[in-house]
Design a protein around this ligand. Sequence first.
Ligand code: C5P
Length: 401
Amino acid sequence: MHVLLGITGGISAYKATGIIRLLTESGHTVKVLPTQNALRFIGAATLEALSHNSVDSDLYTDVADVKHIALAQEADLVIVAPATAAFLARYATGLADDLLGNVLLATTAPVVIAPAMHTEMWQHPATKANVETLNLRGVKILEPAVGRLTGADTGVGRLPEPKDIVTFALSALQKQDLVGRKFLITAGGTQESIDPVRFIGNKSSGKQGIAIAKAAQARGAEVLLVAANVANIDTGLSETLRVSSAAELSEAVQGQAAKFDCLIMAAAVSDFRVENVSSSKIKRSEVGQELNLKLVANPDILAETVKSLSAAKSKTLTVGFAAETIEDNSEVEALTQLALSKLAAKQCDLIVANNVFNGKVFDSDVNNVLILAANGDSFSSSGTKYEVANQLLDVISDMLD
Ligand code: C5P
């Protein structure tokens, strides 16, 4: 991807080096366009060395190449960081008096800006009006951080860290194909109590379900995540409901699934629970050498939900997961067969199957899955759990349309 990085004349211009580093290390081509005042704070040589590209700040060199138009047209994304109060004023009024200003008027690429200035300047009505104008024009504006400013003072106005600017900028490129869609997503693994301190659980970390929830939200969906015993996660999601047992998860899902466009059951649900849960801790001294627990079946939440959704003629798309253990080399074939029978048993629209033999997948950040649709279509997907989430959402998005 071709990224244009505009740098304007603020003290935090030095932080742009971190942005260049992160972008080039992720394989993006970076062309830096500092304003003349930015070059008072950071040298062109530093920017050229880090971006592996020439740095341009003058509108009146190489005029025959009409470079402001060429740069504007080849850009996939424009980032301006730091963006000063003066820059916001120029950009909001469409003032094209330097190379960066011209490029910004000529480009159709998404523009992301990260303002940085003293608190009083950020809160000034003139700056607020400029930010509002740019916002209405579709410019993505990252709010300044709160913290130490140039002098000894602190407050809002600090340039956010390079990694936050890059994450925000890349998310601006995210397609918004799930706007207006509601997703109910379960993640993690249920726990069935034996007594007040012990339980029967499983190894699901919840990472894949959470990745799907985050990716769906980034694509514009309204997401309710039902999280079963996941570690302290900062999902960044607007709505998360924490549950523990299969019964609690069932209550969270069954009653309201019909209100959603899509139900994704990524949680590993215990198939059995202890019939008589002890109200006090079971003591070895009292039990002796053998402890017999009677397990009774939990309802199959997905299968039951699909049944009641179809009885109510609800259009909710249903997605199940299948964690299988396949030892031999016929992985894809065997996985396909198991996924097909799971699809038939649950009657859901899609099954996402993965091979968890030898602890593969659990708590890992990568995954390798087979996505099987009730109409016979199949897709394989691998990569980080976030990439797999997006590939699954591509399939779901097509089916919802
Ligand atoms: O039958 P199995 O446990 O392999 O099915 C896995 C799928 O079914 C997952 O989507 C899981 O969330 C769901 N499931 C369920 N209720 C159960 C067991 C599994 O909804 N009791």
